[in-house]
Design a binder for this molecule. Sequence first.
Ligand code: CS2
Ligand code: MG
Length: 404
Amino acid sequence: MRISSAEVIVTCPGRNYVTLKITTSDGITGLGDATLNGRELAVAAYLNEHVCPLLVGREAGAINDTWQYLYRGGYWRRGPVTMTAIAAVDCALWDILGKSAGMPVHRLLGGAARDGVLIYGHASGQTVDELLDDVASYLDRGYRAVRVQAAIPGLDSTYGLHHSGTGATYEPADARLPTENVWHTPAYLDFVPDMVKAVRDRFGYGFHLLHDVHHRLSPLEAAQLGKALEPYRMFWIEDPTPAEDQEAFRTIRQHTTTPIAVGEVFNSIWDCQHLITNRLIDYIRASVSHAGGITHLRKIFELAELYGVRTGSHGAGDLSPVSFAAALQLDMTVPNFGIQEYMGHLEPASEVFRTRYEFRDGYMHPGDAPGLGVEIDEQAAAKYPYDPKYLPVNRLRDGTMHDW
Ligand code: CS2
Ligand code: MG
């Protein structure tokens, strides 16, 4: 079964998604998510100009060889654009393999190691009261894990908040040119422990509580935050400091027992190796679509297993339903699974992507459809043309650029 075509579909049903569709000589199609938020067309061009021509004629089942061919054969390795492109090919080939075998991908990976995938939802509010209402709505819907973010008093904008009201999905890429946010760490550090306390005071300890710091603190500030949050038994704090400086995590670790998660901006096992093998983190958050696909993320998770690090893959709305479905397939199988982020997707994404996964009782179930279990409606996709949008940037009050 050979690959007969590889096409890139760019569409904006609520937000921009780049999808790779590979077709075989037997007429089987496979999908891979190639979306890189705010840099979508770089991956589309990488695929169209440099990868798709290499795929035609290759054996569709040669997933390992194709992965190595694109990684080693490209000479210029790693990085988000390259690894997202390779991930899209990899996921599409797993989808094809599953469809040709008549099995969901998790069965091809050795079968389910659990009944369902624990997910966390995103609660947020412009005020703590609004956040509490949102947490209540997640708990009412059966969520067992909730991430909490609220507007920081004294700042004009805060990351991680729904734009309007309960249930709307968070969408940070919001403008034709990057929105400029202003960040002030003392305001944040003063506020977050009170916010988290309010959640535990109101709802107790019977569910997992998470919070995303989004790379904004110094190691000592992160250590202070971790200590301040210890009484509230966090499931994790995420991305406490910019992750390139990996020794920084040793400082955080020496000072707090609050668990640390990191990895949504990682692209390869080499980005994760130091943090995992030195046990500087508790959860690795790399995603199938930005870290080389199922084949490569599985290696990362296996490395993590050796060091007692659990998984917690990125699952923001800017990763398409194809990516989320692929994540669930892998999550079902790994022994060291921790949790899976689920932000959901804005409408009209469900018109374009037909998914089979189902939420029940706090867990997501990938379903038994062969392959990844997602189909794309290309006519619907064509109704939503690309709409260029950037992620925001951050400055301190004096104008200094800061991590967003
Ligand atoms: C966030 C993301 O989901 C998360 O944890 O950090 O929303 C992140 O900001 C976006 O994926 C960036 O595109
Ligand atoms: Mg995050």
